[in-house]
Ligand binder design. Structure first.
Ligand code: FE2
Length: 295
């Protein structure tokens, strides 16, 4: 696979489900510092949240609490066309969906399922809001490095009962690059990057067919992480861990349970990868210190 074949350049957005959108609204704004999108990206019954110049980055839809879809960004229309051909050749049955593109507020969109039936959306042309992003907690989110929005919204961690086919799909068909492996309870968890962010996706073996373990949001300032930790400590929302530092991406973060299911990791100081010099490593622990379970 050549560099030209690696069309996916960022995890641009994520769709989540939650049984109580008003709880998620407080969780996301007061706790995480996200801004409710003033102009919804197209009439869906969803809570849309902003973290930068994009019209939205996180959609929360009514549902049980989990992953509804993930939006993977490509550079332009030719890249999406190349990706469609490769996905079709791999038997992934990609479908262009103009109505969904309009709902998501993107120029063009392609939809398919991963081997465990998680909805993947590949797109280009994300809408930029004319209104400035204003965080209710003063948070500034890390979504850019060399260019606007090039790091994506953060990362997603998913467990797969059939990990082999998921690894083949993401690393083989889509061309995600290995960042490293962490051995957890004897099982390898694979961390994958599609841009300098250490990982946009991590996947490992799970007891269920497929489950969202957590999403991660990165801010620029340790004080914002600390104040958010204090907010959740005093709030009805349940913290999962103390603050700690990860071994592989060096993120200083904590985990909190989102209303309805899965966890949100909130941190700062994550490392960036330079593919020219990167060497894949293996770790026997997820954290240098902290991240003690409190849930
Ligand atoms: Fe994480």
């Amino acid at each position: 696979m050549t560099e030209h074949d690696r069309e996916v350049i960022a995890c641009g957005y994520v769709g989540l489900t939650a049984p109580d959108l008003s709880a998620w609204r407080s969780f996301g704004t007061e706790g995480l510092g996200l801004q409710v999108a003033g102009d919804a990206a197209g009439g869906e019954d969803a809570l849309l949240l902003r973290m930068d110049e994009r019209a939205w980055r996180i959609a929360v839809l009514p549902g049980p609490g989990g992953l509804a879809f993930s939006g993977w960004e490509v550079r332009d229309a030719p890249a999406l066309e190349r990706l469609a051909e490769r996905l079709a050749k791999a038997g992934a049955d990609p479908r262009a969906d103009d109505a969904l593109a309009a709902r998501r507020g993107v120029a063009e969109l392609l939809c398919c399922m991963d081997p465990s039936g998680n909805q993947l959306e590949f797109f280009h042309g994300a809408r930029i809001s004319s209104a400035a992003f204003v965080s209710p907690t003063g948070a500034s989110f890390v979504t850019s490095a060399a260019g606007p929005g090039d790091l994506g919204f953060g990362h997603i961690v998913i467990s797969y009962a059939e990990i082999g086919s998921a690894l083949e799909f993401f690393f083989g068909t889509l061309g995600f690059r290995h960042s490293d492996i962490i051995m957890l309870a004897g099982d390898p968890w694979h961390f994958a990057h599609v841009n300098p962010r250490h990982h946009s996706l991590a996947l490992g073996p799970g007891p269920r067919s497929s489950a969202l373990e957590h999403i991660m949001l990165e801010v620029t300032d340790l004080d914002v992480v600390g104040r958010s930790f204090d907010y959740f400590t005093d709030s009805p929302f349940a913290l999962s861990t103390t603050i700690g530092k990860h071994t592989n991406d060096l993120m200083v973060s904590f985990y909190v349970k989102a209303p309805g299911g899965f966890e949100v990791e909130y941190g700062c100081h994550g490392r960036l990868i330079d593919d020219a010099t990167w060497t894949t490593a293996m770790y026997d622990s997820a954290s240098f210190w902290g991240h003690r379970n409190v849930g």
